[in-house]
Every structure is written in structure tokens, then in C-alpha cells.
Ligand binder design. Structure first.
Ligand code: C2E
Ligand code: CA
Ligand code: CA
Ligand code: CA
Length: 292
């Protein structure tokens, strides 16, 4: 049958309706997700490029809905942001991450010779949490984090906050003030997804940042795509000029890890080392992956 313009318009509007209904269903379920304990954090290790030492873990949100199944954060976080739910979810994430860090800190291994007790490899790590745009523009963010650190007993320098490049540049002046206040608390700051947004180099200098995370879209194909390789090298060089550490995310194979290490990228994260894991699985992973 011939498809007329009217049919197509109807088709598109039906599709739009279906999407709106699906979105609404998701929003409804998400509203109850926190109280129903459907959210959890997975943790992905970040390692030193030289020596594969475990340096930190990134907390990544997971949602398993009994109605909708498991929904990736790329789908539900935008909804949480649009509806304002991200404030409650974001502070839950921060609290869970700090509490988890404190539990890991208390872990010790009793596997040394005789009665030697060695600290668990996770007792030394820092923990990274992704901040949404709404959290970044929340005037109570700094005092909330300060109170959280005091309540949990987590030292500020072990908490790392990740802010995307585009978030940073959307309201660069406000970000500058917010980041300066966070830095005064002593937390670490990273720019996430670096290279995908528009960065003003002048601003980059003004933010008191510790790390740049090279976006995985460049890392993924860098061995086969000369442009991605060039961008990755340029980000590493730029970051080093500014005194920053560079993290490559999305490292999926040994060859990429080796090239990044040869390019003086300090830290690596990706499926090659581990997928994000629930806390208990990460504990087992960390014990098996201790460098010699
Ligand atoms: P992101 O912060 O850039 O996190 C890295 C994403 O890359 C994660 O996806 C991780 O699972 C994935 N990944 C890690 N290693 C590899 C790899 O080797 N190859 C590939 N292809 N992917 C890899 P995930 O967990 O689906 O999270 C997606 C995004 O959702 C995150 O991107 C972050 O922007 C957001 N997100 C996750 N958790 C939170 C949270 O608690 N709060 C906020 N505001 N955003 C979050
Ligand atoms: Ca022993
Ligand atoms: Ca991140
Ligand atoms: Ca990223």
C-alpha cells in the first residue's frame, strides 16, 4: 500500500504518543523507586596505568523495577533531572557511596602469614560520585556534603565528584563558585566526558580540578581511528600542561591500556579491568587483582 503524507503524520504522532506513555510510566515508577529500594549502586575500579594498582572506584546507579525491568541510567537519569527527583536520588547516591567507603575502610584481610592482618585493597581507595546539573546548581550542595562527611566519618579527600564538561560550561560562573566551595571542603574534582562538549580553555584554568576523564567515545576506537588517537593525545597533553591527572574511561582491551600507558595517561577504567560490580563482587575482584 502506498503511504500518504497523512498516514506518515499519523504514524509519527502514534509513535510520539507511545513514547509519551512509556515515559510517563517510567516517571511514575521512578517516583517510588527510592522508597521501594529498587535503586542500587554498582562500582567500577579505576587503576594506575603503571602497575595496575587499584586507586578508586566510581559509583554508578542501577535501577531494577519490578514492573519495567532494569532501566539504564541514560534513560532514567534525564527523567529524574527533568522532574526534580534527582535531588533526592543524588543525595541518596552520595550517602550510599560514603557509607560503602566507610564499610570498605573497616575491611581487613586475615590472610597474611601467621596472624598478620593486612588491609583490604578497597580500604585505600577513593570513591567517585557523578553529580547531575541540578545538584551542581543546588545552593545547599556544599553544606549537605559537609554534613554527610561529618556524619559518616569519611575523609573529604577520599570523595571525588565527577561533573561533565558540558555541565561545567553551561553556567561556568556559577560552577566556578560551587567548585571552589567544594574544593575548600577538600574533596577531589573530575571533569567527566571530557572532549565531547565545548570547553573554554580560559575557564578550565580557573576551575580547581584534579582530573580529566577522556570520554570513552575517543578511547574506544583510538587504535583504529587516527582522529580519536589525536584527540586523546591532545587531551592528555592539555591536561598535563594544566597540572591535571588524566583518566581514560572505556578501556576495553590490553592493547589500548598499553598505548594509553605509553602516552603517560595516569589512570585507566573500563571493561578490560572490570565492569561495574555490586559491592560484594567488587570486594572479591579487588582481592584477586592485587598487583604483585
Ligand atoms: P559516565 O559517568 O560517563 O559513566 C561511565 C559509563 O561507561 C558507565 O555507564 C559505565 O558502565 C560505562 N563503561 C565503563 N567501562 C566501559 C567500557 O569499557 N566500555 C563501554 N562501552 N562502557 C563502559 P552507565 O553505568 O550505564 O552510566 C551511564 C551514565 O549515567 C554515566 O556516564 C553517568 O553520566 C550517568 N550516571 C550513572 N550513575 C549516576 C549517578 O549516580 N548520578 C548521576 N547524576 N549520573 C549517573
Ligand atoms: Ca592469618
Ligand atoms: Ca562518570
Ligand atoms: Ca564519562
Amino acid at each position: 500500500a502506498k503511504t500518504t503524507g497523512r498516514d506518515m503524520a499519523l504514524f509519527y504522532s502514534m509513535e510520539t504518543d507511545q513514547r509519551a506513555v512509556a515515559r510517563q510510566a517510567m516517571e511514575q515508577q521512578l517516583r517510588r523507586a527510592l522508597e521501594r529500594n529498587e535503586l542500587s549502586l554498582y562500582y567500577q575500579p579505576r587503576l594506575s596505568a603503571q602497575g595496575a594498582q587499584l586507586l578508586g572506584v566510581e559509583a554508578l546507579l542501577r535501577w531494577t523495577s519490578p514492573v519495567l525491568g532494569s532501566i539504564p541510567p541514560s534513560e532514567f537519569i534525564p527523567i529524574a533531572e527533568e522532574t526534580g527527583m534527582i535531588r533526592a536520588i543524588g543525595s541518596w547516591v552520595l550517602q550510599q557511596a560514603c557509607e560503602q567507603w566507610v564499610r570498605w575502610q573497616q575491611l581487613a584481610l586475615d590472610t597474611g602469614p601467621g596472624d598478620t592482618v593486612v588491609p583490604h585493597p578497597l580500604a585505600q581507595v577513593s570513591i567517585s560520585v557523578n553529580l547531575s546539573a541540578a545538584q551542581m546548581s543546588d545552593p545547599s550542595l556544599v553544606t549537605d556534603i559537609e554534613a554527610l562527611l561529618a556524619r559518616t566519618g569519611m575523609p573529604a579527600h577520599r570523595l571525588e565528584l565527577e561533573i561533565t564538561e558540558s555541565q561545567l560550561m553551561d553556567n561556568a560562573h556559577a560552577s566556578e563558585l560551587q567548585l571552589a566551595a567544594l574544593k575548600l571542603l577538600g574533596v577531589q574534582l573530575s571533569i567527566d566526558d571530557f572532549g565531547t562538549g565545548y570547553s573554554s580553555l580560559a575557564y578550565l584554568k580557573r576551575f580547581d580540578i584534579d582530573r580529566l576523564k577522556v570520554d570513552k567515545s575517543f578511547v574506544h576506537d583510538m587504535l583504529s581511528n587516527p582522529a580519536d588517537m589525536a584527540i586523546t593525545r591532545a587531551i592528555i597533553a592539555l591536561g598535563h600542561t594544566l597540572g591535571l591527572k588524566i583518566v581514560a574511561e572505556g578501556v576495553e582491551d590490553l592493547a589500548t591500556a598499553q598505548v594509553l600507558s605509553a602516552l603517560d595517561c595516569e589512570e585507566l577504567q573500563g571493561y578490560h579491568f572490570s565492569r561495574p560490580l555490586p559491592a560484594l563482587e567488587l570486594e572479591a575482584w579487588a582481592c584477586q587483582h592485587q598487583p604483585p
